[in-house]
Design a protein around this ligand. Sequence first.
Ligand SMILES: [Fe+2]
Length: 274
Amino acid sequence: MKGKINHGSFVSIAQLTDIHLFEDIENSLVGIQTELSFQEVLAKAKRILPRIDMLLLTGDLTQDGSVTSYSRLSQSLDDFGVNAYCLAGNHDDLPVMQKHLPSEYVHVNRSLDVGKWRILLLSSVVVGAVHGYLAPSELAWLKDNLNAYPDRPTLIAFHHPAVPLGSKWIDGICLENQDEFWEICDRHPQVEVVVNGHAHQDFDQIYETPHNSVRCLVTPSTCVQFEPHNQKFQIDNQPPGFRHIRLYTDGSIETEVHRLNVGSFHPDLAAIGY
Ligand SMILES: [Fe+2]
């Protein structure tokens, strides 16, 4: 594996999510050409971050699950030259993704160690459905991993948000079995951060369980955004973006969202009949 991670005082992660690439490179989602906005977000991450140790891609990598979309994404990530760890969202086709995405810098590992931290990537996808669910096998795997590495601060990533975001329509399509997930996190104090996509918006909140306190992060899409706190589906005019996460050796984190310039990649509401 190339692109060895630099074990400095923190691990620098750029999270990119909900890329929604199409087989046809010129296709758009709500008037935004997803390949172009993705490339601009990648370029901005490279330009503004002093160091990127790894990319974390949290699902809906393609809109159509096509071989061409995954192959093109794979090539882009190889060109970027930083190890990228990828998980699937509801729009992805997992077998196609597992076959056509991995390459020199692109991985579909379910776990990795970076510095003192452990990162676990789960699948919350229910085939054919928009909402998420962590299957008993995923929860069992999570428990086993947490039991095996109690001393490593842990970041858990999957596609569907695990807490209500205060938006009725989105909360109805997030992780269905949130209680089961949080029961496990409650028993494993090394769980520090949960990172999701799916909601196409910035969300950053501490979730308190009886015995643990976990930072919950949701990140804007690299293309179209959804308006936060709206009870009905509403496209947001905010530009595409990504999240920078710094994992420190003492188990603490720092994070913020960066976006492209205001006005870039403006959604076209007429494209969805608004
Ligand atoms: Fe998405």
